[in-house]
Design a protein around this ligand. Structure first.
Ligand code: TEU
Length: 575
């Protein structure tokens, strides 16, 4: 199967902007749309072709905008519809595409659709959400309709006194799940959300929780996986459900096929076989998917605050799966190491004593892999996780807060609570979503040039050392390296973006060596070797050929032919 190359989004480099922490233009401590507009030249210069804007719609911000109260309005602190139009137009003037976040699995409980739905059992919008009667135990206590656990802890059901029924909410209690089985719901999402924004000029969408729109309608109990909990992970009862592909195909017909759009679904975890159902071109569902295999390697599947040991072999497997989604298929792939839900990649995959070398190493990795490349704000300067010394009160994300509160409820009275708490914070320091959400560090002025006033969330202490301004004119900075690598990715796109990926040293726990080549020719090919350790390591070429060094993250004069220094990486072209 030959890979089709003539679509604009395949070799685009996408930059994700999470508005509240990106750039504040009006001195209220919160990032905003004029702030985004003010940085478009910076993004253009970096080599960015497309922006993915995280939710900017009106919202009570229980889950930072992933709880939408009005899809046709802008959250006032971010700006106005005019600002949004200006952003879309200015992006286009500069040759940058812009895609939005489509959050359609749930709305905010403040959305007028839900307000109507909850008002009475006979309301015409009652069926727009999932309402179920309570169950009662032997002692007559009211309990939830089933044992499903929310992704944000506790039950996935919320009791509503108005009608004495529960509504389903897989995320926060203020994020009721929309009932996609109801045609009016789907129709409204297609016409009043997606196509409404297409008419304003956007170029596509990132579909939030794209695998969760169809639930197993029996609402049976989930199998017991967590021994000491009543609530259990929902698993496949709400993921890749019975009607999911029917819904995506309908969305394709009603929306995507009518525009020259880029549509990428956040599908999360699934097998290659399942993934291809969403992203195979002939399936007519979406153009690309975001899989979690690479980014979620550091936590237990059902508990994000149970840290697992990171292992290079698992990392290789996950990357292999991601890249090889396109091998012999008509599908397309993506690469990302960060987003607004994940800790910073230099803190996750690298010993931070080697932040600069390691940050560049990850840049080399990302830039040479197959698929559409995504970079998250601040990643291009090697921003890090928040300091361990910070108190729990500095953490603002609902996932961290809910987890901590539950923990406190359980262990708060224990004599050794302080000790236990410290251990939990050790984990939060690695796993929390807050790490991606601190303000972007633009310069070394107070508040890192993000704002002129105290921001809504604290700036990382290392802003005077790590910031955009200091890296812009430094040829050895991570930022300059990103620019260089993005250029090379475009120059060698047949090999980097479209090439086939093959790992050469699966069993090596220190080095990661792979080749990228065209399915049609043996040469030229790209040979990449990355030292994922803080040790000096012997370097041997694993295949024959005429090696020409294209780029390295250490100064070329320091290169030793037979040894790799800590976190040294090399990209060779073999002719
Ligand atoms: O996230 C979907 C999701 O399930 C996870 O990535 C989630 O953040 C993680 O499991 C929590 O531990 C999307 C958005 O990216 C996220 O920011 C939203 O909170 C979530 O949907 C709900 O809209």
């Amino acid at each position: 199967m030959t890979i089709e190359k003539c679509v604009w989004w395949k070799d685009a480099v996408v930059y994700q902007i999470w508005v509240p922490s990106y750039k504040d233009s009006n001195g209220d401590g919160v990032g905003d749309l004029p702030g985004v507009i003010s940085t478009l030249d910076y993004l253009k210069d970096l080599g960015i072709d497309m922006i993915w804007l995280s939710p900017m719609y009106d919202s009570p911000q229980v889950d930072m905008g992933y709880d939408i109260s009005d899809y046709q309005k802008i959250y006032p602190k971010y700006g106005t519809l005019n600002d949004m139009q200006e952003l879309i137009d200015k992006c286009h003037d500069k040759g940058i595409k812009i895609i939005l976040d489509l959050v359609a699995n749930h709305t905010s409980s403040e959305n007028k659709w839900f307000q109507e739905s909850r008002s009475s059992k006979n309301n015409p919008k009652r069926d727009w959400y999932f309402w179920r009667k309570p169950r009662y135990d032997e002692s007559g206590n009211r309990i939830e309709p089933n044992n499903w656990m929310s992704y944000f802890s506790g039950s996935a059901w919320e009791y509503d006194e108005t009608t004495d029924e529960y509504y389903l909410r897989l995320y926060a209690k203020d994020q009721p799940d929309l009932n996609w089985n109801n045609y009016e719901v789907r129709n409204t999402i297609y016409d009043s959300v997606i196509n409404w924004w297409f008419e304003k000029g956007v170029d596509g969408f990132r579909i939030d929780t794209a695998g969760k729109f169809s639930k197993v309608e029996s609402f049976q109990d989930a199998p017991i996986i967590l021994k000491d909990s009543f609530y259990q992970p929902v698993g496949n009862l709400a993921l890749n459900g019975p009607r999911i592909h029917e819904f995506h195909k309908e969305m394709f017909d009603r929306c995507w096929s009518k525009y020259d759009a880029f549509v990428v679904g956040e599908v999360g975890r699934c097998s290659k076989q399942e993934a291809l159902k969403y992203v195979g071109k002939s399936r007519n569902e979406m153009n690309a998917i975001l899989l979690f295999d690479v980014v979620k390697l550091i936590y237990e599947k059902n508990d994000r605050f149970q840290k697992t040991k990171w292992d290079l072999i698992d990392f290789k497997k996950a990357i292999d799966k991601q890249c090889n989604l396109i091998k012999g298929t008509d599908a397309w792939s993506t690469i990302f190491l960060e987003n607004h839900d994940e800790p910073r990649c230099v803190s996750k995959f690298i010993n931070t004593n080697y932040r600069v070398e390691g940050g560049k190493l990850l840049t080399m990795l990302q830039s040479t892999l197959s698929g559409t490349l995504f970079i998250y704000q601040g990643q291009e300067i090697g921003m890090t996780n928040l300091p361990r010394s910070w108190d729990i009160s500095e953490y603002k994300d609902i996932v961290t807060i809910n987890y901590y509160n539950e923990f406190k409820e359980k262990y708060g009275k224990d004599a050794d609570f302080k000790e236990k708490e410290e251990k939990l914070i050790d984990v939060i320091k690695f796993c929390s979503r807050d790490h991606a959400r601190s303000p972007v560090q633009w310069n070394s002025e107070k508040f890192a040039g993000f704002s002129t006033v105290e921001p809504w969330t604290r700036v990382n202490d290392n802003y005077s050392e790590i910031n955009v301004e200091s890296q812009l004119n430094d040829p050895n900075s991570i930022l300059s390296f990103y620019k260089q690598l993005i250029k090379l990715r475009k120059q060698f796109k047949d090999l980097f973006t479209y090439g086939e990926f093959e790992v050469l040293d699966y069993d090596n726990t220190i080095l990661f060596t792979y080749v990228k080549k065209s399915p049609k020719f043996e040469v030229p090919k790209v040979y990449v070797v990355l030292n994922f350790s803080s040790k000096w390591v012997k370097f041997e070429k694993l295949i024959e050929g005429n090696f020409n060094l294209l780029v390295t993250n250490v100064s070329k004069k320091d290169i030793l032919d037979e040894k790799l220094s800590p976190y040294e990486g090399r990209v060779y072209i073999i002719e």
